[in-house]
Design a protein around this ligand. Structure first.
Ligand code: DAH
Length: 343
């Protein structure tokens, strides 16, 4: 009996050495420890072992049983680890810490133009400010001389919030805050997203961007306004540009103008961009109304100012040859990918 036990143990060891799958482990387990397994069978012979030997042989048999079980389990664990390692090694490895060699995203064309314009104005001593998208009715209308119940409010139909605030209809909404915030003299630009209740077409969007500017100092004149705008446009269009002023109307400026630029694409000879007219309407502007200065805590007897509200979308469309404003909010990757290099 003892010899038989030893024999089975060495048989198990030999077999396990050659085994290399968990299925083989399982059949060895059945062969030795199953219902009619070799070790299980030996238990049946225990009744034939003489009584004085029963303790010793019984212990040997029990030890053999648990040793075999342990050996098979150890081999199974070993094989499972090996299998996992194989799987891990066969999977494609991606090292996310390696720096990318290619820039896959890009700045929105409008952001590119906005940054360019900001740089030009910064070089001329302007600060760049942020405006809110949700504004108080006072800042959006009353502070810029569009009083409650005045028909001028109809020019800009907007989205009202339940709390009485509005989605700002123009970047001029930040004028009051900026006039109060900075010590004089002031030179500031503030780009931002605006909203209007508007039917959309190639030239109109309910969500659009403007870039507002204010200059307040002693003796500011229309000459200052023309100078700064000409400088900025010449840098953006990379050539000396000519501008002209036409009379306009805005409640927050007096006098008010529409500033046109001689078409930089055909030098005014007439092309599809300027619709053969030779001039492009670009920027409403004017001398800041004394009421607006007063609302900002500035004495209009001592100081004067000019302001402009450049259409950032319009500038972007002109610079990049985009002819439908709705493209700018479309998320159209085919369009935006063309501007990848500038990211
Ligand atoms: N806020 C005006 C609009 O959205 C544009 C504008 C006109 C801004 C004249 C100005 C300005 O600063 O002086 O229609």
């Amino acid at each position: 009996m003892q010899d038989r036990i030893k024999e089975i143990l060495s048989y198990a060891r030999e077999k396990l050495e050659k085994i290399n799958s968990s299925a083989e482990c399982q059949s060895l387990r059945v062969e030795l420890l199953g219902k009619s397994g070799k070790i299980t069978e030996l238990f049946r012979f225990m009744k034939e072992v003489p009584n004085e030997k029963k303790g010793e042989v019984g212990k040997m048999l029990n030890d053999a049983k648990s040793d075999v079980e342990k050996m098979i389990s150890a081999k199974e664990t070993f094989l499972a680890d090996l299998e996992l390692e194989k799987q891990i090694n066969s999977v494609e490895k991606i090292d996310i810490t390696i720096p990318s060699t290619e820039c896959t995203g890009s700045l929105h064309p409008r952001t590119i133009i906005q940054h360019e314009i900001e740089e030009v104005f910064k070089s001329m001593g302007f600060v760049v400010e942020d405006g809110n998208e949700v504004e108080t009715e006072y800042n959006n209308f009353t502070a810029v001389n569009v009083p409650e119940n005045h028909p001028a409010r109809d020019m800009q139909d907007t989205f009202w919030l339940d709390n009485g605030q509005v989605l700002k209809t123009h970047t001029s909404a930040a004028q009051n805050r900026i006039l109060k915030k900075y010590p004089l003299p002031i030179r500031a630009i503030f780009p931002g997203r605006c909203f209007r209740n508007e039917d959309t077409d190639a030239g109109h969007e309910n969500t659009f961007f403007q870039l507002e500017g204010v200059i307040v100092d002693k003796d500011v004149s229309v000459g200052n306004l023309i100078y700064f705008m000409k400088e900025m446009l010449s840098k953006i269009f990379k050539k000396e540009v000519e501008v002209r002023l036409r009379p306009g109307f805005f409640p927050f400026t007096e006098p008010s103008f529409e500033m046109d630029v001689r078409c930089p694409f055909c030098d005014g000879h007439g092309c599809s961009t300027c619709k053969q007219g030779g001039w492009i309407e670009l920027c409403p502007c004017g001398m800041i109304h004394p009421e607006v200065l007063k609302n900002g805590g500035i004495d209009p007897e001592k100081y004067s100012g000019c302001a402009f509200g450049l259409g950032l979308d319009r500038m972007t469309m002109l610079s990049f040859g985009i002819n439908d404003i709705r493209e700018l909010n479309s998320g159209n990757l085919k369009l935006f990918k063309q501007f990848k290099l500038k990211a």
